[in-house]
Design a protein around this ligand. Sequence first.
Ligand SMILES: C[S@@+](CC[C@H](N)C(=O)[O-])C[C@H]1O[C@@H](n2cnc3c(N)ncnc32)[C@H](O)[C@@H]1O
Length: 203
Amino acid sequence: MDDDQTQDGYSQADWQGHYDASDLRWDLGEVAPPFVRLWQDKILTPGKMIVPGCGQGHEVVFFAGHGWDVTGVDYSPGAVSLLNQTLKEKNLEARVLSQDFFALDATHRGIYDTLLEQTFFCAISPESRGDYVATAHRILKPGGFIMGLFYETGEQGGPPFNTTKQDIHKHFSKKFALVRVEKCDHSAEQRKDKEWLAVLKKK
Ligand SMILES: C[S@@+](CC[C@H](N)C(=O)[O-])C[C@H]1O[C@@H](n2cnc3c(N)ncnc32)[C@H](O)[C@@H]1O
């Protein structure tokens, strides 16, 4: 799957089309349960967090409500507008950037403690995985973490594009220490047995 370089995936217009049609088929409707567990177990402790491809941002809302300084990034205006609306309704503060994650400028260099990965790595074209790793490495503080759920769809094509344990090793091991990469046993029902929970520390 990872070698399928013919799969370009979605354009920005394709993603925005989903928001226009209110077709958010990937959306769990709540913060992904494994992140709540990481927070309860104090593996996720408050700091500066970024959520790339945040969508309507259940994770942004959850962590902003629990003391994190959170930045959500999404290049679809529909996502940004839904998230801003929720933050307003809940009277919560978070920074919401309407832009391409890969084009974050130098003001983001080395400033985040945590990057939260939720259904973004599988949303981008497999050809962009190297850019993902480089961008994550650039914006995290020294010793900062990617805390992620990586989606093993077992299917050809995408999005969502299949992510195996080998893909995680292949793409991240040069720039990140793989602290934990394990099959998640408390995923949301629709992702059961299909998620890798990964804790990756910036080298
Ligand atoms: C599958 S959705 C996941 C949304 C959210 N993380 C969730 O789990 O509900 C992928 C999101 O990534 C956004 N996206 C895709 N490529 C992007 C990029 N290069 N920069 C910023 N956002 C991007 C899309 O607009 C879409 O909202």
